[in-house]
Design a protein around this ligand. Structure first.
Ligand SMILES: [Zn+2]
Ligand SMILES: [Zn+2]
Length: 127
């Protein structure tokens, strides 16, 4: 997936997985306020709680995960960047009695294709 969730409450970072994987092994950030998963197109993610999304530069990660002896300097940077809210990052930051509500929909699809995001009507009341 190459995307991580960052909790703005406890500052924890977790790697996101596609929804079927997440359902098998649900997990939250350390304080429990946030969770999230990747959607079926493998491009959009849905975050619950006070969360932000970070992108992981995979070539860096793959290199860093090699055996230590193959990493020339010993230290290997792994680049991460903040992805703007709504840039295929759908956020449901509020939970009410009726469940989670999308507070930041995706704006990227409309901007690049001219048609609404395929996940614009997404609803996950229970997360
Ligand atoms: Zn947290
Ligand atoms: Zn979209």
């Amino acid at each position: 997936m190459g995307k991580m969730l960052g909790c703005t409450n406890c500052q924890d970072l977790i790697l996101l997985h596609l929804e079927p994987e997440y359902r098998k092994q649900p997990r939250t950030c350390n304080c429990g306020a946030c969770h999230g998963f990747g959607l079926a197109d493998q491009n959009h993610v849905l975050l619950f709680g006070p969360a932000i999304a970070l992108g992981v530069f995979y070539p860096d990660k793959d290199e860093a995960f090699r055996p230590q002896s193959q990493i020339e300097s010993g230290y290997h940077p792994v680049r991460l960047w903040r992805i703007p809210d709504g840039d295929r990052i759908i956020i449901a930051s509020e939970k009410s009695e009726s469940g989670w509500k999308v507070t930041t929909p995706c704006w990227r699809c409309q901007r690049t294709t001219g048609s609404p995001c395929e996940f614009s009507r997404i609803s996950y009341p229970d997360g």
